[in-house]
Design a protein around this ligand. Sequence first.
Ligand code: NAP
Length: 284
Amino acid sequence: MSLNDIAVLIGNPVAHSLSPVFQQAAFDHMNINARYEAWETYADELKQKIDLLRSSEYLGANITIPYKLDSINFVDSIDDIAEQVGAINTIISRNGILAGTNTDVEGIQNSFKLANVNLKNKNVILFGAGGAARAVMVAMKNAGVKAITVINRTEKKAKDFELFSDSNFKVSILSAHLATSQSGKIFTNADIIINATSLGMSKGESELLSPIPQELLYSSQVVFDLVYTPEQTPLLQMAESAGAQCIGGLAMLVFQGAASFRLWTDKNPPLEVMFRAAKKELDY
Ligand code: NAP
């Protein structure tokens, strides 16, 4: 690597992203003379911006909302994980060739590992059917989850998730308006509850909302919220009151970024440094 190495974040908006903060901290800590830039990108510029990464100074990119799907069209290859998810969040640039992958899946699996939660043969309920939920499906399937129930406001989008099912991985779709106390049995049988909707995100219109009422949460459960601002989302507050084990979204964010860092640099990411930088920025 040379003095001019660059990794970038491509998305819109990118101004408040944490990736530049913890990726730059990792480069600096490892004495890698690289810089991390955030490129706010309009849809009609996406191909041109990705093509710039073919130049030798670029290590690659992170791809964020809303381009995780469309970016697949502008790289030279994608790996099996990206194929399964149907989206990329990382591009690796080597000798002008661009390879796409999806490290959100590793970020999700490592979040459970860090919390010492074994996913094998578990029953999961997933709220959401957007891009992040697709990565959750692949992470759960590849980690040996037995059955998953997907609940989404727009039921048609959840229906598409039936394609993930196979003989070892049972996928059921539950209508969002039925996800109340009437369907309590599904919830008592669930080992793990995951929120991959944007409910609970600070400053959003649904910042005070949880996808599930407190009476459907149990002390035997693990509750994972992908949302990481605030640290204690409404869902995690309820889960804590119910005595459940809570996992916040920051671990996923840092682990997916750490996996990208490893792919760009071939070096082990300084996880502690990355977590510390992200937490400091968030005021956790
Ligand atoms: P997305 O593709 O836009 O999907 C948004 C999801 O939220 C959809 O399922 C949508 O349902 C649902 N939703 C939005 N507003 C809702 C409402 N008022 N009521 C019920 N459901 C609602 O976004 P995404 O990329 O999947 O991201 C989802 C969340 O995960 C975001 O909060 C994001 O910050 C978080 N995330 C975290 C990480 C991390 O590293 N921790 C990584 C990626 C994403 P409809 O289909 O009905 O619109």
